[in-house]
Design a protein. Structure first.
Ligand code: ATP
Length: 415
């Protein structure tokens, strides 16, 4: 691999972002700082993958640099003085500026102690060699690849490698991240990294609920979450989240069906329901507690999934009326219904769920409550009861037109 990447940067980043990056480099040089693109953006440029957000590291002072850039750079600038960082928003793209730092850990799972550092120390604190690459953006050295830890060779060899033997102990979220990158990029865990990951699985217990939650939701937000969950199960990570969580045949069917239907469109919360669908009530509670999700939408929807299991027998009925199906399912979130539909349930259950999801849930009466009062029906609970009967008749195909609805409403109201 050659080590000037100017051509690749210009090919892969949008014009306005390149301008901002060049402005950052020029301004940094004027202030006497060195500045670099770092982390995921460098990895993605080298892999020719669509770049995500952009991180710039400043060997100097990021807040001062952002202040100096403010007059010449496009984009909305926000400075976070307390964190020593700044962000430019350019359309959909974020460019974050931070100051190089080194980190030490007092104990496993603790947040790191941060001290000022140079680019070498800043890259050393990073999780994997492929995320520890930088590209200089100061004029004169623009495009120069900085690779202290063998990241570009690991990119070529498709390997995920930690930078030192205590890495997973310092921060066990890296265990979760390792699997995510391995499966996203179709890489392998480097031999020793895999050994250390297995040795340090216990360290997952040192991670706070919020950090663990974030990593689980990041898994489920990837393009192929099923692959990640399967691998995590195989490596013993899944049972560390909860012993009852297992990759098995029904889960495999559900995840691969979702990939086949609409991989990009499936919401994270549906994948979460897929993940927890087979748990019993106690296990579900314990998992939600571990991930600090009690009281959240994830909690609400996964319990709806549990409740739906009780309705299986009613759903497995070929002669259930459309209206019965509608009132059975209307209070369950569509994301949950979709998850249950993806599971290998009896074909009649899946057919009925599909009918509800694609047709019945969109059915509405043509007349509204106001229309009914205009027909002369007294406002009050009677209006709601008539509307419900009209909807029932419409769902069951007994009425079609507005005139049918008016006739039925009059008959029910006795007018
Ligand atoms: P993507 O957003 O595509 O998943 P990214 O590399 O931008 O990838 P972020 O989670 O945004 O990932 O993190 C930015 C960078 O910060 C990473 O590239 C990595 O260098 C570093 N980093 C993030 N989390 C950790 C961690 N737990 N330990 C060490 N370094 C980390």
């Amino acid at each position: 691999m050659h080590n000037n990447l100017t051509v690749e940067i210009e090919a892969r980043l949008p014009g306005p972002v390149i301008q901002l990056v060049r402005t950052a480099g020029r301004t940094a040089a004027r202030c006497g700082f060195n500045s670099y693109l770092v982390g995921g953006i460098v990895r993605d440029i080298l892999l020719n993958r669509p770049p995500a957000d952009i991180d710039i590291m400043v060997d100097g002072d990021a807040v001062r640099l952002a202040g100096e850039m403010a007059r010449q750079a496009d984009g909305k600038l926000t400075i976070h003085k307390a964190f020593g960082t700044a962000t430019f928003k350019l359309g959909n793209c974020r460019v974050d500026l931070s100051t190089c730092r080194g980190e030490t850990y007092d104990r496993p799972g603790a947040l790191p102690k941060v001290k000022p550092g140079d680019i070498r120390q800043d890259l050393f604190r990073r999780d994997f060699s492929i995320n520890a690459l930088a590209i200089c953006i100061n004029p004169g050295r623009f495009g120069l690849l900085i690779d202290y830890y063998g990241g570009s060779q690991d990119l070529a060899d498709k390997l995920i490698r930690i930078s030192h033997a205590k890495s997973f102990q310092d921060d066990a979220t890296r265990i979760m991240r390792a699997v995510r990158y391995e499966q996203r990029l179709d890489f392998k865990l480097e031999h020793n990294t895999l050994k250390l990951l297995r040795r340090d699985l216990e360290m997952l217990d040192t991670i706070s609920s919020d950090r663990l939650k974030r990593e689980v939701l990041l898994w489920l937000g990837e393009a192929g979450p099923g692959k990640i969950v399967r691998r995590a199960s195989q490596m013993g990570i899944l049972p560390k989240l909860h012993p009852a969580l297992k990759w098995n045949r029904p889960m495999q069917v559900a995840f691969s069906r979702s990939a086949a239907c609409n991989a990009a469109g499936t919401p994270v919360i549906t994948y979460f329901c897929l993940l927890v669908f087979q748990l019993g009530e106690d296990a579900l509670y314990e998992l939600l507690l571990r991930l600090n999700l009690l009281g959240s939408r994830y909690d609400l929807l996964s319990y709806q999934g549990l409740a739906l299991k009780e309705k299986q027998a009613m759903l497995d009925n070929p002669s259930i009326k459309n209206s019965e199906l509608y009132f059975l399912l209307r209070d369950t979130d569509p994301a949950v219904l979709q998850a249950v539909w993806l599971y290998p349930n009896p074909s009649m259950v899946r057919k009925n769920l599909h009918l509800f999801l694609t047709k019945l849930r969109h059915v509405k009466t043509l007349l509204t409550g106001n229309n009914l009062t205009m027909l002369g029906i007294k406002p009050g609970p009677q209006v709601g009861a008539i509307l419900k009967k009209m909807l029932t008749a419409r769902l069951d195909g007994l009425i079609k037109t507005r005139a049918d609805e008016e006739k039925l409403a009059r008959r029910l109201a006795g007018i």
